[in-house]
Design a protein around this ligand. Structure first.
Ligand code: PA5
Length: 475
């Protein structure tokens, strides 16, 4: 998509933090004095991210993804075109950072009932992301696809993730049983040289593969081939997605809190966490943005949930992300947000102009409870409910702020992803933690290896046997 400067600026996403301030929340809000007291910390966080951007050894390669993929993007577009021509189904096998981005982009930028549309109305094959090892889900996926007409995008940086590799073993076996050449049905997205998928590719005689660079961790990989290939297969304009990210990057190069949306957002969250706001609710008022919350939950939780600073001091930091959807969760969780403990920050994702307005017809004029709705649009209703919820929370002294997307498209989604990635990097720098590792995830992975008999984990197997359930506590 060609975008003029005027168009870019009209589609700029903004952060409105009015309802975080003491001016509107009284003593429950953040004061100018508090912001000023943290100005130096914010500058230092900005400087840390700016100075280390692109450094693979610090896992900050993701900052450069909007700029350094020209050839890769062309290869992705060519591959996507071939996949669209050849296959009826496209299935991503991956988990965590190798799945949540593709799910998010699919839901944000494709028809909400994409797979139910007739082929002529879809821009690509039917799309599924298998990010679990529930055997029922595996079996039932196989009930709705034909493996002979399916391309499987196996996404795993390590190629050692039990879940993804289990799925791979199953589909490879099925393809062989169907008389197909596995190589013709898989595309790998993996590490350049070290991962097991590299070895498997060699064994199969050279599988079409895309590289997930050394400096790009799973949860920061949506703008790499991890997210770009599935998006391109779906007909999403990946060049514009990257342009959106670059646009946000440019805005956030500015160290001034007043001018850098990701920096101000990170600081507001940081101050809130220091004040005991241990829960961060992300509440998009848009079904298209529903799965941004799942992607963000991993980014925020895995990056900030740490027990040690970079200087080796003990700490237990982080904020529990909660996924909510406007307006749906107004009818379930908002009661708690308004009257429960003062332990949350609510972030709304608001949309200026929806793809559809959908007029509400007149009718039931003699029933005032219903009649007043006629003549409005559904867009007006959802926006009014968004505004009303923010108002109610503010009146109840609850911290909340809004990220405004003028529209939902590739350009604004690219901005939003990069915004959240930067916000996370800034917040991690403020806490002086390693934002990009995940040692806490490893313990469970290792215990699973031990339980299933992976060589080298015999000691842990014995330890697990000793940790069997105690009969005294089972009723
Ligand atoms: O963010 C992360 O690093 C994780 O969520 C990984 O993406 C996830 O564990 C999958 O790992 P891999 O890509 O090695 O299969």
């Amino acid at each position: 998509m060609k975008l003029s400067e005027t168009q870019r600026n009209a589609w700029r996403i903004t952060v409105d933090y009015t309802n975080m301030t003491d001016k509107y929340l009284g003593d429950k809000g953040i004061s100018q004095r508090e912001l000023d007291a943290h100005r130096k910390l914010a500058r230092a966080a900005h400087a840390y991210v700016s100075e280390n951007r692109g450094k693979d050894e610090l896992f900050m390669g993701w900052t450069e993804l909007p700029y350094n993929q020209t050839e890769i993007v062309e290869d992705i577009l060519k591959t996507a075109k071939e996949i669209r021509k050849k296959f009826d189904y496209f299935v991503v096998l991956g988990i965590g950072g190798s799945a949540l981005g593709p799910i998010m982009a699919f839901n944000a930028l494709c028809h909400l009932h994409y797979n139910d549309l007739p082929k002529s109305k879809r821009r690509g094959p039917k799309f599924y992301v298998e990010d679990n090892v529930d055997p029922v889900r595996m079996k039932e996926l196989l009930d709705v696809i034909d493996v002979r007409k399916t391309c499987f995008n196996v996404i795993s940086k390590s190629g050692a993730t039990s879940e993804t590799m289990t799925q791979y073993l199953i589909i490879a076996d099925l393809l062989k049983a169907a008389g197909e050449d596995v190589k013709d049905h898989v595309v790998f997205t993996t590490d350049a040289s070290r991962g097991n998928l590299v070895k498997i590719s060699k064994e199969l005689g050279g599988v079409k593969s895309f590289v997930l660079g050394d400096g790009v961790g799973g949860r920061f990989s949506e703008l790499s081939p991890v997210g770009l290939l599935p998006a391109a297969v779906l007909g999403i304009d990946i060049k514009t997605l990257l342009k959106g990210a670059a646009y946000m990057d440019k805005l956030c190069r500015r160290p001034d809190l007043k001018k850098n949306p990701a920096l101000v957002s990170a600081l507001l969250q940081y101050i809130s966490m220091q004040n005991g706001k241990n829960i961060g609710v992300l509440m998009p008022y848009s079904d298209n943005l529903k799965f941004v919350s799942d992607w963000y939950a991993q980014l925020w939780a895995e990056s900030l949930g740490k027990n040690e600073t970079l200087s080796g001091e003990k700490c237990n930091v982080g904020q529990t992300p909660v996924k909510a959807l406007g307006v749906t969760d107004q009818h379930s969780q908002v009661q708690l947000y308004t009257e429960g403990p003062f332990d949350k920050v609510v972030t709304f994702l608001s949309v200026g102009e929806y793809k559809e307005k959908f007029p509400i017809p007149h009718g039931c004029e003699n029933i005032p409870d219903v009649g007043f709705l006629g003549g409005h649009t559904m867009e007006e209703l959802i926006q009014a409910e968004n505004r009303a919820t923010a108002f109610a929370l503010t009146k109840a002294g609850r911290l909340n702020y809004t990220i405004n997307l003028p529209v939902v498209n590739e350009f604004t989604l690219g901005q939003l992803l990069y915004f959240f990635e930067l916000q996370t990097a800034y917040a991690g720098a403020m806490f002086n933690i390693n934002t990009f590792n995940q040692p806490g995830v490893e313990a469970g992975k290792k215990a699973t290896f031990a339980l299933l008999g992976k060589p080298g984990y015999e000691g842990q197997k014995a330890e697990l046997a000793g940790a069997a359930p105690d009969e005294n506590y089972i009723i």
